[in-house]
Design a protein around this ligand. Structure first.
Ligand code: GLY
Length: 395
């Protein structure tokens, strides 16, 4: 063959190869972690002159902030700690410390179940990475505040304070705050925190889940009988639907409970929820869930990037606890989720999106609040999923 023909043939082979092969996960993850670090450097710089403020979302071309009492206050500091872990760069350490300190007073907050999100993602990661004993003390005070919401008759931690509709509302999201309490038990040597986590998890298996392993969002308990009085939703399409982020919280929660306790029932629960998600006919081929598995306007319904990121992170963890066949299925889906979230459809250009990493999360569609916008929890679990995948496969 003459050189010209060889050149053309090689070019055609290269084009076909480039179009049919995907970038390796190893290089995709490294590239996206580096780009994420750029976003959060800008994010951290942008709020330095606004003491006490933390990033909440971005809409109407504006970065929207909150104070520390909002349930998501810990996620941005948490992302900074993860990026410090990744880069070992002291500027991330410095920023993580600054934004973590903005949440300190929440250690005394007894008005929410979300202290795990708020304190464990921020101070918890900070303590893990630095061993700072001041962080440990703040965390243990926060854990004492959180367990004031435990009610022995219901056997659960109350999520929201009582209102006209619910006596003792417990939301599936609450499973996520138990990791903080299990840490507190181990760190303090006091088993009361662990006992509460086990009671709450057992009651949640009994009362939140349907036979197909989907879960209700809100179960309200009768505080005299200890039995459920109502099963509803607050953010899902309907009481009987499967709100996607709720499924994600429950899935992550039981996978984590198994890691921390090794109680087989929690692994069974996590596997059951994984089966519901992985085999659901409404999970799209790119594996980013619609905001509710039963949204009436599928396939035109909004996607929820945050649910995709939380599920990806939990699938990577679960893959380490199950047989080869299920592990491969978990990783295949997590990989697809990471690839989709890393594409330009979801991953924002530098300097846009209020410097958040991911676009297209849904806060509360039924409440018409923060729909199809960035959310710090989507970024947090996306970065966690990247680090978990990297540690599982490439370390
Ligand atoms: N935990 C509240 C939410 O997921 O929207």
């Amino acid at each position: 063959m003459n050189p010209k023909k060889i050149f053309i043939a090689s070019f055609v082979v290269w084009i076909v190869f480039s179009c049919t092969t995907e970038e390796s996960m190893q290089s995709l993850i490294a590239y996206r972690l580096d780009r994420s670090a750029e976003h959060y450097r800008l994010m951290a710089g942008s709020l330095l002159s606004q003491p006490g403020e933390l990033p909440r979302s971005f809409y109407g071309d504006k970065l929207v902030t909150s104070n520390s009492s909002w349930w998501c206050s810990g996620f941005m500091p948490g992302v900074l700690w993860y990026l410090y872990q990744y880069t070992n760069d002291s500027t991330f350490l410095e920023s993580a410390r600054i934004y973590t300190s903005r949440i300190e007073k929440e250690q005394y907050n007894r008005g929410t179940h979300d202290l795990g999100f708020m304190l464990y993602c921020s101070f918890g990661n900070g303590y893990r990475l630095t061993g700072d004993t001041a962080y440990r003390s703040i965390l243990l005070t926060g854990a004492e505040s959180l367990i004031t919401r435990y009610h022995p008759v219901t056997g659960c931690i109350k999520s929201w304070d009582s209102n006209a509709k619910w006596q003792f509302p417990v939301i599936i999201d609450n499973m996520m705050n138990l990791e903080f309490l299990l840490w507190a038990s181990k760190e303090s040597g006091d088993s009361k925190f662990r006992d509460i986590c086990i009671s709450h998890s057992d009651k949640t298996i009994k009362n939140h889940f349907r036979p197909d392993y989907s879960s209700y969002h809100v179960v309200s308990y009768d505080t005299v009988s200890g039995r459920p009085e109502k099963k509803n939703t607050a953010q899902g399409y309907s009481d009987e639907s499967a709100w996607s982020r709720g499924q994600a919280w429950g899935f992550y929660g039981y996978t984590m409970m198994y890691r921390k306790t090794k109680i087989p029932a929690y692994l069974e629960q996590a596997k059951g929820i994984a089966g519901f998600i992985l085999n659901h006919p409404n999970l799209p081929p790119d594996k980013i869930p619609y905001w509710d598995f039963n949204a009436p306007d599928i396939p035109n319904a909004k996607r929820d990037a945050s649910a995709g990121a939380i599920i990806a992170s939990a699938l990577i963890e679960l893959s380490a606890y199950v047989d080869k066949e299920l592990a491969a299925k978990c990783l295949e889906t997590a990989e697809r989720q990471i690839r989709t979230l890393s594409s330009s459809e979801y991953f924002a250009e530098k300097g846009t999106n209020g410097n958040f990493i991911l676009k297209h999360s849904v806060g509360s569609l039924v409440g018409n609040s923060e729909v199809d916008v960035p959310h710090p929890y989507a970024d947090y679990y996306y970065i966690e999923a990247l680090l978990r995948y990297r540690d599982l496969k490439f370390k």
